[in-house]
Design a protein around this ligand. Structure first.
Ligand code: UD1
Ligand code: UDP
Length: 387
């Protein structure tokens, strides 16, 4: 593959399919579109139809190619196969100089794999997150590990994530600690202002999101019941923007619809979600991105999962990993709502995920490598350590 000279824009294909990928690649797309060095080619896969659409305004870049890979209640194997096939076709037509993927979704894995088959180097944004448990979260832990074997550039959000990659034998010259682009986006959106919070009352405000596959079914039903018990206190307002996944709705709607103190609402656009997060008192979530955003806004987060790939927030004291047991959810949330000193300790713990400059660091590194005399190859000339 030839390397573009500094006079010719680097054609960077950004592949994204789900809500968090759009949110976290938006700062990269925006930064690429402000100069002449990069030509961002945004490809959406359609993995999240409605929820992705809500986020596209953040990109400030036109979507160049929109695929439509989702089928009703499609299995992961079918989704992966369709994505690799269709993305491979797009890459053959477009011949980008690099492909950028973010995180650990099926779109991200398929984008990296298709690029590898087309011999196009891959940049991985939010690289190196690990729980160490291959099926938790499912399938994300496997997805991000596999992308880690494919990528040419590993943009790790934190030193710990970078260390995971080094421990796995990735050559150090391919690993860059940048901060998480989610913080870039959150600061940008709050700076723009104008979001509307979904909270309506002066009660204690709890923001909840649930969607993880490993929590779906009985576990999620139990979490729903825990929310009902919290609402019975009578002094809380629980707002839950319901993920579009039918597996989430089928469980939570029958448990929670019509309950006093609980507002089930449609997913919020990012600007309104940021305003809602900024107004809440407490976050209960199994989301990855929200674990990163909450500490930035001094909001204690209770993580409703048994593992987390974001232990930095837990270590800092800004989040607690409390698992999925309904009694633990009720007792921990109650303790925080009723103990101002414990609440303050969490709220003041700080944000370990970045300073809002992550996308600039990603672009600076790519620029440097594409400007160098040596051609950019699929992988670094140095082999993976096999020790
Ligand atoms: C996906 C990602 C997960 C990420 C999450 C963010 C995979 C395997 N999972 O999980 O890593 O944390 O997104 O939200 O990549 N649906 C719609 N419209 C939408 C969104 C979803 O109809 O706007 C439906 C899909 O058609 C599908 C179901 O929801 O039937 C589940 O979607 P899917 O993308 O497979 O998994 P998520 O659980 O959303
Ligand atoms: N989010 C949003 N609207 C909502 C719920 C979440 O904009 O109604 C944003 C949230 O701010 C975060 C991202 O979506 O940046 C997280 O997405 P999700 O929880 O779906 O995925 P995960 O981060 O777990 O992969």
């Amino acid at each position: 593959m030839s390397t573009p000279t500094s006079a010719v824009p680097v054609r960077a294909m950004l592949v994204l399919g789900t809500r968090p990928e759009a949110i976290k690649l938006a700062p990269v797309a925006r930064a690429m579109s402000t100069g002449t060095r990069f030509d961002p080619i945004v490809v959406t896969t359609g993995q999240h139809r409605e929820m992705l659409h809500q986020m596209l305004g953040l990109l400030c870049v036109d979507v160049r190619i929109a695929l439509d890979v989702m089928r009703s209640r499609q299995q992961l194997s079918e989704l992966t196969a369709r994505l690799v096939g269709e993305l491979g076709e797009v890459m053959r037509q477009q011949r980008p100089d690099l492909v950028v993927v973010q995180g650990d979704t099926t779109t991200a894995l398929a984008g990296a794999l298709a690029a590898f088959y087309e011999k196009i180097p891959v940049a991985h944004v939010e690289a190196g997150l690990r729980t160490g448990v291959i099926d938790n979260p499912f399938p994300e832990e496997l997805n991000r590990s596999l992308i880690g074997r494919i990528a040419r550039w590993h943009f790790a959000p934190t030193p710990r994530a970078a260390q995971h990659l080094l421990d796995e034998g990735v050559p150090p010259e391919q690993v860059f600690t940048t901060g998480n682009t989610v913080i870039d986006n959150l600061l940008w959106v709050l700076g723009e202002g104008s979001g509307t919070s979904a909270f309506r009352t002066g009660a204690k405000r709890i923001l909840v999101t649930l969607h993880r596959r490993e929590n779906q079914g009985d576990r999620m039903r139990g979490m729903g019941r825990a929310l009902c018990r919290l609402a019975e206190r009578g002094d809380v307002e629980i707002v839950l923007p319901l993920h579009k996944s039918p597996a989430v709705r089928d469980v939570l709607l029958p448990e929670l619809e019509g309950r006093t103190g609980i507002s089930l609402i449609e997913p919020l656009g990012y600007v309104d979600f940021a305003a809602t997060l900024a107004e809440c008192d407490l976050v209960l979530t199994d989301s990855g991105g929200i674990q990163e955003e909450a500490p930035s806004l001094s909001k204690p987060a209770l993580v409703l999962r048994t593992t987390t790939e974001r232990p930095e927030a837990v270590d800092a004291g800004a989040a607690q990993l409390i698992g999925t047991d309904p009694d633990a959810i009720v007792s921990t949330a109650t303790a925080l709502l009723d103990d101002p000193a414990a609440y303050r300790r969490m709220a003041r713990a700080g944000n370990p995920f970045g300073d809002g400059q992550a996308a600039e660091r990603v672009l600076a590194q790519l620029d440097e490598d594409f400007a160098a005399d040596v051609p950019v190859t699929l992988a670094s000339p140095r082999p993976y350590s096999t020790a």
